[in-house]
Ligand binder design. Structure first.
Ligand code: BTN
Length: 291
């Protein structure tokens, strides 16, 4: 199935025909439903899942009025500049590896952006796409059981492509960036989307065939949170300080909390907001724990 356009089209560079000609995936992005403006592509993704959308359906919007970020934050989504889309995953095989979806999507996105821009891109746990210490893109994975008991995950991706510094809200001015700001050039949005969908499909196939060990190793190579002194804001509102030492079998971040005072008790963090220590001296040379 191809790409469909909903509501009137304003931006010629995100036409369904162009996407159709660029897509080389088997399932992901087939179909892609393209909107001019939506509240949140993740919200629409769950509505599509409820309507028995096919596995891999993508919702793409030129702008969002209520874009959702991690930890209940707002994702600023102006028109005509960036990419905002969500992938609907409904195959039961993915449920068993759901905790890896955010991380694996992060690897695929970092890899694709690196290839297209030539820039060096890293991951901050779990899946912030980072370039020169600033955030370039974000991923919001949500999973639910529908009324009929069927499981669905919606993987939402926001990539800052053409934002200028002034396009970001004031509170993000020092911490957010875009591909244009970093590389001083323009990008076509759909070739970038098509390349990412192809790459992420390959990673999802590897994940669903339970190839988690290799994926974990790849993630660890790209993750700049490891071996650092960090502070984590937990979902509960509590904060924990420590050193990030490992990624666990379910993608959780394993840290040695500062207050463990040398007894090396490991704490597993499954959800939270990581703040990296800024000073290089707080980068730990070698993980001190293996188990
Ligand atoms: C983060 O906070 O890092 C995650 C940001 C995710 C934003 C994307 S934009 C497309 C999709 N729809 C949403 O409402 N959010 C995600």
């Amino acid at each position: 199935m191809g790409s469909l356009m909903n509501n009137s089209q304003k931006h010629a560079d995100i036409s369904p025909e162009v996407l159709q000609s660029l897509l080389s995936t088997k399932e992901i992005g087939r179909p892609t439903i393209i909107y001019n403006e939506v509240s949140s592509t993740n919200t629409l993704g769950f509505e599509e899942a409820q309507r028995q959308a096919s596995h891999g359906t993508v919702i793409l919007a030129d702008c969002q009025t209520a874009g959702k970020g991690r930890q209940g934050r707002f994702w600023h989504s102006p028109a005509g500049k960036n990419l905002y889309f969500s992938i609907v995953l409904t195959q039961p095989a993915y449920q068993a590896h759901a905790s890896w979806l955010p991380l694996v999507t992060g690897i695929a996105l970092a890899e694709t952006l690196e290839l297209i821009s030539g820039l060096s891109i890293s991951l901050k746990w779990p899946n912030d796409i980072i370039i020169r210490d600033k955030k370039l893109a974000g991923i919001l994975c949500e999973a639910r059981q529908n009324g009929d008991g069927a499981w669905a995950a919606v993987v939402g991706v926001g990539i800052n492509i053409h934002n200028n510094q002034g396009d970001f809200p004031e509170e993000l001015q020092g911490t957010a960036t875009s591909l244009r700001l970093e590389s001083h050039r323009q990008y076509d949005r759909l070739p970038l989307l098509a390349a990412f969908l192809k790459n992420v499909e390959t990673y999802y196939e590897r994940l669903s065939s339970a190839n988690v060990d290799a994926i974990r190793a790849e993630y660890m190579k790209r993750c700049i949170t490891l071996r650092r002194s960090i502070e984590i804001q937990l979902h509960s509102g509590n904060r924990v300080e420590g050193v990030a030492v490992d990624i666990g079998n379910d993608g959780e971040l394993r840290i040695i909390p500062s207050e463990s005072h040398g007894n090396q008790t490991i704490m597993a963090i499954r959800s939270g907001d990581v703040i990296h220590a800024r000073k290089p001296s707080q980068l730990i040379k070698k993980a001190t724990i293996s188990d």
